[in-house]
Design a binder for this molecule. Structure first.
Ligand code: AMP
Ligand code: MG
Length: 405
């Protein structure tokens, strides 16, 4: 059985960034830019007033000026400001010829005959003026390839005139639950049945990881049902199945996947919970589908999703192959780790009150749980504690690697 690290390397090897394509700017939030974008304009596009006030020549020392024009933002000045003159100007408006400074309106007083008295008569050249191109020069790169597009980058692209950026598209992910015992959430389970909570879990987790998730519902543990449902999943970038990959008599998922052309990369990882994990790739003419067969128990499904599917989604989206944020926290209690497999256990992290220099300022307790079906225990968790495959008697205060969920 391979280790978690070996399994991650194999997933990373097959998770390539999706081919870039252009999308409307208002659909690009959260995506990764695939080319350098240069501005087609200077910003600001003209020498710009930064305050509401009066545009003047800084060398002019007259205390009272004739107001010759009013320049609103969006207007083009027509008059040249000469000696003894000023133009009323609004924030954002272009500076008129002859002027090189703006006296704030608070420093002035209107007097009779359309004249203005200035309390400040010796402004430095450039006062309250942002010169043309000071922020961005036309032709210069404003956002580089590989940048994640937050609202800030989108605004810069908008200013630069990039209406359809070239991006790595949002990965499309299909979720397929398998199992004869499963009924839809809205149904009341009959004897022997349970609701399909993994479908909800995995669709939501995929959306939170930036994917566009589609729910394929439930396939029965029968070859024909599995074939039909899995075939639909192959139209997406990622197919995530839950259940049917363990050693049970009706665990038919690996067999059907391979029959439909998926090449197995690995099956089973030395991990608790999550050992039955199956991973393969299915290449067709126009796409590669990464296929993850997650164990059906909800905690196992969740752990395998965050450890393996999440970083794969990041890589498809053009980001580094990284998963959840990791911190170090001190164990709040002694813990007997049985070992045998690496573990990823529901845990609760707390920010500690006392911060000693050089020690982690978080503490963690590993939560009691009833095994990998106990999704309710996960609800009390805000983290997963990672433990190695060795048997360890951990004492209170031991630093542990923690994934924040
Ligand atoms: P399997 O991996 O198919 O052997 O499933 C293991 C156990 O996980 C099953 O006995 C169910 O209790 C549970 N399980 C499987 N699929 C789901 C699902 N979609 N939602 C909730 N629990 C599930
Ligand atoms: Mg099953």
């Amino acid at each position: 059985m391979i280790t978690v690290e070996q399994a991650l390397q194999l997933v990373e090897k097959h998770a390539r960034a999706l081919s870039p394509r252009r999308v409307p700017l208002d659909e690009a939030a959260g995506l990764v830019l695939a080319e350098d974008v240069a501005s087609d304009v200077d910003s600001p596009p003209h020498d710009k007033a930064m305050m509401d006030g009066y545009a003047v020549a800084s060398c002019d020392r007259s205390a009272v000026r004739q107001v010759i024009e009013e320049i609103a933002a969006g207007a083009v000045p027509r008059q040249t400001v000469g000696s003894g003159q000023a133009s009323r100007i609004m924030t954002g408006a272009p500076l008129p010829a002859g002027a090189d400074a703006v006296i704030p309106v608070e420093q002035t007083e209107l007097v009779e005959d359309g004249r203005v008295a200035l309390r400040q008569i010796d402004p430095p050249a450039g006062q309250n003026v942002l010169p043309r191109g000071a922020s961005v020069r036309a032709g210069s790169v404003v956002v580089h390839a590989r940048a994640g597009l937050r609202p800030i980058e989108l605004a810069i692209l908008a200013e630069a005139g990039c209406a359809a950026p070239l991006v790595h598209p949002r990965p499309r992910l299909a979720v397929l639950a398998t199992g004869n015992e499963l009924v839809p959430v809205a149904a009341r389970p009959a004897a022997g049945q349970i609701r399909n909570s993994n479908g909800t879990l995995l669709v939501a987790a995929a959306a939170a990881a930036g994917a566009q998730a589609v729910d394929l519902g439930v396939a029965r543990d029968e070859l024909q049902s599995l074939r039909e449902h899995i075939g639909r999943g192959m139209a997406e970038d990622v197919l995530v199945l839950s259940g049917g990959v363990s050693a049970g008599k009706f665990d038919l998922v690996p067999q059907v996947l391979e029959e439909l052309g998926t090449i197995k990369v690995f099956h089973q990882v030395s991990l608790r919970p999550g050992r039955p994990l199956w991973f393969g790739i299915c290449d067709s003419r126009d796409r590669r589908t990464l296929v993850f067969g997650l164990p059906g128990n909800p905690v196992s499904s969740f752990v395998c999703f965050v450890l393996f599917v999440r970083p794969a989604l990041a890589a498809l989206a053009g980001r580094p192959f990284t998963g959840l944020p990791v911190i170090t926290a001190r164990l709040e209690h002694d813990f007997d780790h049985k070992g045998g497999r690496a573990a990823c256990l529901p845990a609760r992290v707390t920010q500690s009150a006392t911060i000693e220099p050089g020690t982690p300022n978080h503490t963690v307790s590993i939560l009691p749980w009833q095994g990998s079906a106990d999704i309710a225990a996960l609800a009390g968790a805000n983290a997963l504690a990672r433990l190695p495959a060795e048997r360890l008697l951990l004492s209170k205060g031991t630093p542990l690697e923690i994934l924040l969920i």
